[in-house]
Every structure is written in structure tokens, then in C-alpha cells.
Design a binder for this molecule. Sequence first.
Ligand SMILES: *[C@@H]1O[C@H](CO)[C@@H](O)[C@H](O)[C@H]1NC(C)=O
Ligand SMILES: *[C@@H]1O[C@H](CO)[C@@H](O)[C@H](O)[C@H]1NC(C)=O
Ligand SMILES: *[C@@H]1O[C@H](CO)[C@@H](O)[C@H](O)[C@H]1NC(C)=O
Ligand SMILES: *[C@@H]1O[C@H](CO)[C@@H](O)[C@H](O)[C@H]1NC(C)=O
Ligand SMILES: *[C@@H]1O[C@H](CO)[C@@H](O)[C@H](O)[C@H]1NC(C)=O
Length: 381
Amino acid sequence: MSSKYWILAALVLNAGASLVTPPADPLVPLEINAPDGSAKAHIMPFGATTTNFWVKDKNGKFRDIIIGYDNKTLYETQGGYFGPVVGRYANRIRNGTFTIPVSANATGPGKKFQIVENENNGTDTLHGGLIGYDKRPWTLVKHTANSVLFSLTDPNGDQGFPGTVFTMVQYTLESKSTWKISMHATATELTPIMLSCHHFWNLEAYEESEDLSGHWAQFPSSKFIATNGNLIPNGLTTDVTGTAMDFRQPRNFAQGIAETNGTQVCGTGCVGYDNAWVYDKHDASKPVFSMWNTNSGIKLDVTTDQVALQIYSCNGVENPPAARKVDQGGPDKIYLDHSCLVIEQESWIDGINNPQFPVDQIFGPLRPYTWESSYQFSVIH
Ligand SMILES: *[C@@H]1O[C@H](CO)[C@@H](O)[C@H](O)[C@H]1NC(C)=O
Ligand SMILES: *[C@@H]1O[C@H](CO)[C@@H](O)[C@H](O)[C@H]1NC(C)=O
Ligand SMILES: *[C@@H]1O[C@H](CO)[C@@H](O)[C@H](O)[C@H]1NC(C)=O
Ligand SMILES: *[C@@H]1O[C@H](CO)[C@@H](O)[C@H](O)[C@H]1NC(C)=O
Ligand SMILES: *[C@@H]1O[C@H](CO)[C@@H](O)[C@H](O)[C@H]1NC(C)=O
């Protein structure tokens, strides 16, 4: 389906829906099921957030492999980016500023914009500002047995961004535990757009361990985007060869995290991963990223049209402490540092302050934005 058709369809459905039904309670999750019963998810309008996601382990038993809160109010009050869509511009913006057309460090020429700075004592923007897409109640457009479609209108000037952006996200569960996520956005003016899904994974649902010793990943990236101590890109990339950043062969996460100790690759004083890798190969029709757990046997293969990915190894989830969901061993236990993984398919981070990066992240009336990923689950024995 073309983007234009998507937007038109959503506008029509949206208008119809709002005339006949009251808006859905943003904190009440909607259930979707794969037609063959191989997977189930709960997704709510607040942040278009996935609160629970169940697939079968190697023994055929369902596990909830996405972390979050049982108490849904905490998504509003405590936050933590557990499971939402992030936008209008994911990850960090140096000094909260950029120009259009883009220039190095917003030095111009071009018109300069200042976005709300919500991180590092107000010196940069993270995930679209203080009230990013993760903290907004999306409109429920359509809910079927195996899919849910949300829309969001982000007004001109909100958080300081130019132009109104209209976004739709569709989550669909297909047979053979396949989860398809599609995002489409259009803007009334030229504006940066980079969306992503911010799921925190634990592929064993905390049943066998409290760390990432059972988790492995592999993906073809020979470089990652170099950053300063606040994780702001410095305009360069770093070769992964011979380091804990090299996932071209299968790498264990607990060992990898230990190897990062002292390198501060995830920021000043930090141990673990919080980095953006660029894919070497980019075939949008084949899996490019794989992650698996040797305890539960659950394996995830991701196919995506995105050119980069961010991995965060939950280096700072203990502060403030978050009670685990009951089906992940809670509520008396909390989510521990280095016990989960955020995997975000996205574009080059802070590309709007680094014109030398090979991406164009300015979208507008003549250039709609698209993000498509498919998460395929299977088991290994
Ligand atoms: C859920 O969290 C909110 C916000 O912290 C709190 O006020 C409320 O009491 C909690 N509800 C339950 C059932 O624990
Ligand atoms: C942008 O931030 C850097 C630190 O990341 C700082 O050195 C620089 O002065 C800032 N530039 C502007 C224009 O504020
Ligand atoms: C942009 O900032 C980086 C990091 O501070 C610096 O190395 C680079 O020289 C700056 N570029 C321009 C054009 O100001
Ligand atoms: C924020 O400011 C406090 C107090 O000045 C300082 O201790 C802390 O290091 C700063 N944090 C960052 C990330 O700059
Ligand atoms: C990092 O290394 C230091 C020094 O060996 C050690 O005290 C610390 O526990 C290590 N941190 C992690 C998270 O492994």
C-alpha cells in the first residue's frame, strides 16, 4: 500500500471512528493474536505502547518477553520508554538544535530550530523532547483480531519542531509468530523525522537468570557511530574489529558487557552498550539482525528497511527502580541493570547535525516517511 493511500485511509477511518465511538482509554491495552495462536500481544494507545508480548519457548510454553509495568499509571508517571513508539526524532539531538537545510552542529546556513532539551541537564534532546510520541495518547483507528492501527497528530511547533506531522503505526501479528510493524508519516512543512520502536526484550522472561548470560546476537555491522560522553555523535564512525562491539560473529551479551568495562563506549562512567551501529548490508527483504536465548530457546530475526540500529543493554534501569511484571517474577523484584536489551531499528543518529552522514532525514509534503520491520520468532534447541 502506498503512503498516500495509508494516510487517506486513516483520515477517513479516524473521522468515522471519532463520530461514532468515544476515544479508547489510552491506558487500557488492546489484545491481538496471531491467526494460528503462535503469538499474542497487548498494545495500548498511550505511546502506542506494547505492554506484553507472548511467544512460545522451546517447550511450547508461552513467555512474556517484553518488559514493562503491570500498573499502567506508571507509564505516565514513571516513564522509562518501556515499549512505545519514539519520535518525532528518536535518540539525541546535539544541543537540541538543527538547521534546515541541515548543517554541521547547526552552524548554518539555513533556518535554525531549538527543541526542548530534556536530557543531561538540559543540554540535548532525547526521543523528541519532554513530551515525545511515547507520552502522547494515540488515536485508536482500527482494532481487529490480529492487528491494531493508531494515529497521532503532532502539531506545528510542539517541542519546537516545524510543521504538523501525522503518523500512523500498525501492529500486525501473522502466523508462525511473525510481528509486522509499519509506520508512515507525512508533514505539512520540511521537518526532521526519525521514528523507532523502543521495546525492552528479555527473551527468557527472567525465568532462568537475572542477567544476559543466555542472550546472544549477530548482525553485519563493521562500524558504529562514535559519540562523546553524553552519547552525542561526534561526526565519526569507529571500526568494530577486535572489540566488544563486533557482532559479525555471534556474541554473548554478558561477556560483551564485561568487555566494555573501562571503554566508556556507552557514555561517561557507563558499562555496557548504548550505541548505534550501521548495517553493512541492506537487503530489506531478508533478516539482518538476529538475537536468541540459549535458556528459553527463543530466537528473534528482524527484517527491516532501516539502515542502522541502536542497542541499549539496560545500563540504567535500576534508577528509579521499576517493579517487574508478575509474569516476569514481580512485583517484589525490580528490573536490574544489564538484564534486558532495547533494540531499535532506525537511521543514523543525529544525522540532522551531521550532513556528512549518508542519509536525508528531512521529510515534508512531497516526501513521506516510512519505517517497516518484521520480527520473526522461532525456537532453537
Ligand atoms: C499505580 O501507580 C500509581 C502511580 O504511582 C499509584 O498512585 C497507584 O496507587 C498504583 N496502583 C496500584 C494498584 O498499585
Ligand atoms: C553544543 O554543545 C556542545 C557540547 O556538546 C558545546 O560545546 C557547544 O558549545 C554547544 N553549542 C552551542 C551553539 O550551544
Ligand atoms: C561539530 O562538533 C564536533 C564535536 O564537538 C566538532 O569536532 C566539529 O569540529 C564541529 N563541526 C563544526 C563544523 O563546527
Ligand atoms: C548535571 O548537573 C549536576 C549539578 O551541576 C552535575 O553534578 C552533573 O554532573 C550534571 N550532569 C551532566 C550529565 O552533565
Ligand atoms: C567494572 O570493572 C570494575 C573494576 O574491575 C569492577 O569493580 C566493576 O564491578 C565492573 N562493572 C561491571 C558492571 O561489571
